[in-house]
Ligand binder design. Sequence first.
Ligand code: VGL
Ligand code: ZN
Length: 207
Amino acid sequence: MDSALIVVDVQNDFCPGGVLAVPGGDLIVSKVNALLALYPLGILTQDWHPLMHCSFASTKSLPPFSLDRSVTPPSILWPDHCVAGSRGADFHPALQTWRARFILRKGTQQILDSYSAFFENDAVTPTGLAGLLSSIGVPRVLVCGLATDYCVKATALDARREGFDVVVIEDATKGIDANPGDIAKAKEEMRAQGCTFVQTSELLAKA
Ligand code: VGL
Ligand code: ZN
């Protein structure tokens, strides 16, 4: 098995109609389904927060999208999203979840957020995914999903840090761009760390 496909957070709350909608987030779903059909080692991540989670603005009585300066480095506070067991935390209804081998929930602890599929945001607590992939013997991960400038970026950078070859499927990701330019900056950071970019059609054509 030479590649795993990591599908980041294709959930209702990150799609139009959700509380933290990524523009066009739902438009990647059919591409992701085609990719899941192609790669038998599919891993879906699912943002999965308890009530009063540390990343929720409401928990800190601050406005959504403001900075939490009580932590280092300061982190963005979000509207309540992807509450464990809620409809918003469900995968997009058109996502063919049955095709995936694993589902990894993240951000499940009250006091610790997790953008990356590999490490919690403290950058030292592993989720176990690197060990899982290593034990299967997979050298390469393909990354797609939501959102390019947060969880996709964090996952791709940590995968590099863990020594995997990383390919980002550019047209099967969408970003938030809370500050215009964030998506472009995220892609630059990923490129600078050795991630490469492909389009879905290139992968499908090779199959
Ligand atoms: C995400 C903000 C908060 C993401 C998750 O999936 O990119 N963004 N939680
Ligand atoms: Zn979250």
